[in-house]
Design a protein around this ligand. Structure first.
Ligand code: ZN
Length: 196
């Protein structure tokens, strides 16, 4: 698990910038109105790092809106680390082990792992394909494993942004985004409310 040394697992800013580059290849994209690259980064101590305001609809947003990492006080790099640990271990690392590694309380560890697992399990619900034809298959292969898949994905994901080890994580983020409209709403209301 040498890839675990990647700064995106240890540094919140690195994690955010990595996710921004992945989710917003054309610049900050407003999740409320869809405007691309027309947002102002909110500076100053009263704002969370990475908080943008859309110049069009004036709504605030960050890169985690619409992903499985949204509305959480857990630092993004720990989310990415937990995701990576869950996906990198073949037998599946337990919530307790991940919690120990990342310094989570039992409750937090359970919540984090539960949310990641839910995102993994969610069947394709939306009729709108995220990345076009064939994308879903690709995402599924990511979780199943196998070597052939590496060839395909290495063509699509630039190595410069985190390397091959991060591809599964990003696939999960993409899927998490898709899950949101259909699924996270329920999860939030039922189980996540007090924690997030
Ligand atoms: Zn907007």
């Amino acid at each position: 698990m040498s890839d675990f040394s990647n700064p995106i697992f240890h540094d919140e800013t690195a994690a955010r910038e990595w996710l921004e580059a992945r989710i917003w290849p054309e610049g900050p994209t407003c999740p409320h109105c869809g405007t691309i690259d027309q947002a102002t980064l909110m500076r100053g101590k009263s704002h969370r790092p990475g908080l943008y305001q859309c110049n069009s609809c004036r709504e605030p947003f960050t890169v985690t809106v619409g992903t499985l990492y949204e509305r959480s006080k857990i630092p993004l790099h720990k989310w990415l680390a937990a995701t990576h640990l869950m996906m990198a271990s073949k037998k599946g690392m337990s919530a307790l082990e991940i919690g120990r590694l990342l310094g989570f309380s039992k409750k937090t560890a359970w919540f984090v792992c539960h949310r990641i697992r839910e995102s993994l399990r969610e069947p394709k619900a939306s009729s709108e394909p995220m990345g076009g034809e064939g994308k879903t298959v690709e995402i599924d292969e990511t979780f199943v494993g196998g070597k052939e898949r590496n060839k395909h994905r290495s063509k699509r994901v630039p190595k410069a942004q985190g390397g091959a080890a991060m591809e599964p994580v990003f696939a999960l983020v993409e899927r998490g985004g898709q899950v949101r409209s259909h699924h996270v709403e329920t999860v939030n209301a039922k189980t996540l409310g007090p924690i997030v």
